[in-house]
Design a protein around this ligand. Structure first.
Ligand code: F6P
Length: 326
């Protein structure tokens, strides 16, 4: 068993619903094992500027149901430099923190990996991002809540779309990953999803059009992943307006509403399991790993694997969407 006396926790990058449940779980599991906990405010930035506060069991009371992160978050350019990481390391030593739990997405875990290697420092990551774009885990903390938010928003858009017999392109987040668009489309009964994973192989909008898009329907909803790869919802709408001026087209960009809100039961449970597992992993002398979940089992995923790009999406889901939208 590793001799860890004090764990520091931070949240970094885009906030995700369930981060608070994860902070609570790490804090309580550590205290349960006799380990002191310190909360690092504003991600890596707070580490560099030494914004570190002691965390007790009641520091994390009444937060499991809250969206966002009580530790605040930031995207920190300074931590990307060796000088910034040196200052961060000095702060950890000064505070007596001998292990770190980092809750965040791809960029945050990349920073964690570099830091852990540079200073031979025990770091365990938790996948906290609505994008579900980390490898080696079926789910990330926040994804389920964001998906439910999308579903509820699209349900509302459907009411107005069908009343006016309009075609809506609805842009969702996800960076270079189409999980939110594809599963959001299935959950809300949308007609199609245009996702980055398929943008290179196929003209997805062109295929929709040539397959008789809108032949049997008066209104349609198409979910589109944000970003340059798909071109986003605006670009799709422009193309349809040019090619089919008779269609009444509208665009909704859901934006940051997708990142907020009280976490779903699934996200709270996932975050709680992963948070407790992070402490177990540190005690088990694991380092430089992300906690993942595969087939409902907790797994340790080396950072190098977790942050690899191009997480495969389930192609059968695209087929299901196509079949169900006839
Ligand atoms: O990674 C989470 C995420 O919400 C992405 O889906 C999105 O592209 C990005 O963060 C937005 O970041 P910001 O809040 O910095 O604009």
């Amino acid at each position: 068993m590793a001799n860890i006396k004090c764990i520091g926790i931070l949240t970094s990058g885009g906030d995700a619903p369930g981060m608070n449940a994860a902070i609570r779980a790490v804090t309580r599991a550590a205290i349960y094992s006799g380990i002191e906990v310190k909360g690092i405010m504003r991600g890596y930035r707070g580490l560099i500027s030494d914004e570190i506060v002691p965390f007790k069991s009641n520091s994390v009371s009444n937060i499991i149901q809250q969206g966002g992160t009580v530790l605040k978050t930031a995207r920190c350019k300074e931590f990307q430099t060796p000088e910034g990481r040196k200052v961060a390391h000095e702060a950890l030593v000064r505070e007596g923190i001998d292990a770190l739990v980092v809750i965040g997405g791809d960029g945050s875990l990349t920073g964690a990996r570099i830091f852990a290697q540079e200073y031979d420092f025990p770091v365990v990551g938790l996948p906290g991002t609505i994008d579900n774009d980390l490898m080696g885990t079926d789910l990330t903390i926040g994804y389920d809540t964001a998906l439910n938010t999308i579903m509820e928003a699209v349900d509302k858009i459907r009411d107005t779309a069908s009343s006016h017999e309009r075609l809506f392109f609805i842009e969702v987040m996800g960076r270079e990953c189409g999980f939110l668009a594809l599963n959001g489309a299935i959950a809300s009964g949308a007609e199609a999803a245009i996702i980055p994973e398929m943008s290179f192989q196929q003209d997805q909008l062109g295929d929709l059009i040539s397959n008789g898009f809108r032949k049997s329907k008066n209104s349609s909803l198409v979910l589109v992943t944000e970003g340059d790869i798909t071109g986003g919802a605006m670009a799709q709408a422009e193309r349809v307006k040019n090619e089919f001026p008779q269609y009444d087209v509208r665009v909704t960009i859901l934006g940051h509403v997708q990142r907020g809100g009280s976490p779903t039961a699934n996200d709270r449970i996932l975050a709680s399991r992963m948070g407790a597992a992070a402490v177990d992993a540190l005690l088990d002398d694991q380092r430089n790993v992300m906690i993942g979940i595969q087939n409902d089992n907790i797994v340790y995923v080396p950072f190098s694997k977790a942050i690899k790009k191009n997480k495969p999406f389930q192609e059968d889901l695209m087929r299901t969407l196509k079949i169900l939208s006839i």
